[in-house]
Design a protein around this ligand. Structure first.
Ligand code: TYC
Length: 120
């Protein structure tokens, strides 16, 4: 069994009132464990290049990553200015499929656009 499939795995510090605050000792924590397991998630990262047209990247963000036109433009400009940016966060299989789709669409149009998967 994969580790993340175990329901009730500890998830960070207690979420109850006060946390470690000794003044609130004795108050009941509301929850220290998740009720349901959560699979690890992965970022799909877009990389800047000098040749892929901005409109193509915006189109990819809309069509492959379901972004609105405004959000897609913001993400594209972030990548253009900073070198990388996050297109979306998914479970591993979905993230890998998105990357393959980006590369296929870019290659079909002769653009060098690249993307990759990183742990969240
Ligand atoms: N830098 C590209 C240009 O000026 C645009 C671009 C943005 C390319 C984001 C890739 O992931 C990218 N045409």
């Amino acid at each position: 069994m994969q580790a993340w499939t175990r329901a009730g795995a500890p998830e960070g510090p207690p979420t109850g009132p006060g946390g470690d605050d000794p003044r609130r000792e004795g108050e009941l924590a509301t929850r220290t464990r998740r009720k349901t397991a959560r699979p690890p998630r992965f970022k799909v990262v877009l990389y800047n290049d000098d040749y892929t047209p901005m409109e193509f990247v915006v189109g990819i963000l809309e069509q492959v990553f379901d972004k609105s036109p405004a959000e897609a433009t913001q993400i594209m400009l972030h990548v253009h200015r900073n070198g990388t940016g996050i297109a979306g966060i998914y479970v591993l299989e979905v993230a890998e499929t998105k990357v393959a789709t980006v590369h296929k669409l870019a290659e079909e149009r002769g653009h060098p656009l690249r993307s990759g998967v990183e742990p969240e």
